[in-house]
Design a protein around this ligand. Structure first.
Ligand code: KG4
Ligand code: ZN
Length: 337
């Protein structure tokens, strides 16, 4: 059998990334060019700046990924690319590069949903068993996804307002932390106590929906009132209280999803899956199902995860034509009930 190599490209937000995957499971390279430094001073990702950075580095990233993998373009089997969800201008850069590369080398183009990428990063840890439940937590998404078979994704619950990562970044900004603040809040939380008693929205409701905007407002109000009165707030305790509220919500809804959908495996993925507090609680509280969390290097945005999801799409025969368009609001279809 000849070896199969997939070149994958990811550019949906602020990371330009290119990876090479061998025989569906082995990541030979995963080049990630982060633009974070350029966005920090704005306190968030500026779409126009993101697109420009992607244009500047995409070609080098492709060359580097092939060089590190020691794979020539002529060895490749297919090219995969994220076509949504994400920033339209940013997506288009990766897609133009992927299409041009596929066309020039006569390769099939595999379209990949960015959130499927986050989820399938778990394939690096072990072979996934189906059906499985996934908790996807990133800067733009918070969703529970039921995966009935490889590549068959159904949303069973999601946030009504802010995504978890977004809430982390917003309260981080209020505390004067640098963007993105998730990791720093996580570190500070481990040095503090849950003393501020923030609300746990919808935690008792019998559904799989999340809401984080009330928590965010409660945090901002507390901070604002204390500042006005000249009261000192303990940063570590603020972080610990915020994180405890977030984790209570995530854990409650994930357990409810596991009750409703009997599965043997839970995947937890996305940028927020890097959270140590979340990892600790999953280990302590989810005992009946196998919890699979991608390694830290595959939690944030990267093309390795896109390649791992692409292998599944390729096996399904999901090949796009070269007029594939970017879908900034691409979603998995939901299921009833
Ligand atoms: O998946 P990702 O890299 O990009 C998106 O697709 O959105 O997620 C980025 C998000 C940011 O909001 C960042 O603050 C958050 O993940 N994040 C964390 C941690 N590390 C990154 N949130 C909580 N705890 C962390 N350790
Ligand atoms: Zn992402």
């Amino acid at each position: 059998m000849t070896d199969r190599y997939i070149l994958a490209i990811e550019s949906s937000c602020d990371e330009t990334s290119v990876a090479v995957l061998k025989n569906d499971t082995e990541l030979l390279s995963n080049i990630i060019a982060s633009q974070i430094e350029s966005h920090k001073r704005f306190g968030g990702v500026v779409p126009e700046v993101a697109s420009r950075h992607h244009v500047e580095v995409i070609t080098t990233c492709i060359e580097d990924a092939l060089a590190e993998a020691e794979v020539a373009a002529s060895d490749l089997t297919a090219v995969a690319v994220t076509y949504g969800p994400g920033l339209v201008g940013a997506l288009l850069v990766g897609m133009a590069a992927a299409k041009a590369f596929a066309w020039a080398h006569g390769l099939p183009l595999i379209p990949v949903n960015h959130m499927a990428g986050h989820l399938m990063a778990a394939r690096e840890v072990k072979e996934l068993t189906y059906p499985l439940m996934a908790l996807l937590v990133s800067g733009g998404h918070t969703e529970l996804v039921y995966v009935s078979a490889p590549g068959d994704y159904h949303i069973v619950g999601e946030t009504r307002d802010d995504a978890v990562g977004e809430a982390y970044d917003k309260v981080g900004r209020v505390m004067g932390l640098t963007y993105p603040a998730g990791r720093e809040i996580d570190e500070l939380a481990h040095k503090g106590q849950d003393v501020y008693d923030f609300p746990r929205a919808m935690i008792k409701e019998d559904n799989l929906e999340f809401s984080f905007s009330g928590l965010k407002s409660a945090f901002i109000n507390l901070h604002h009132n204390a500042t006005q009165k000249g009261e000192e707030l303990v940063l570590e305790n603020l972080c610990a209280s915020f994180q405890a509220a977030v984790m209570d919500i995530l854990m409650a809804k994930t357990k409810k999803a596991l009750e409703r959908y009997p599965v043997e495996m839970l995947v937890v993925a996305g940028g927020v899956a890097a959270n140590q507090g979340l990892r600790e609680r999953l280990v302590e509280e989810i005992i009946d199902v196998d919890v699979v969390i991608p390694p830290l290097r595959l939690c944030g945005d990267n093309a390795g995860m896109i390649a791992l999801a692409a292998a599944v799409e390729y096996a399904k025969g999901n090949i796009a034509s070269l007029d594939l368009n970017a879908k900034p609001s691409l979603v998995f279809e939901g299921v009833e009930g």
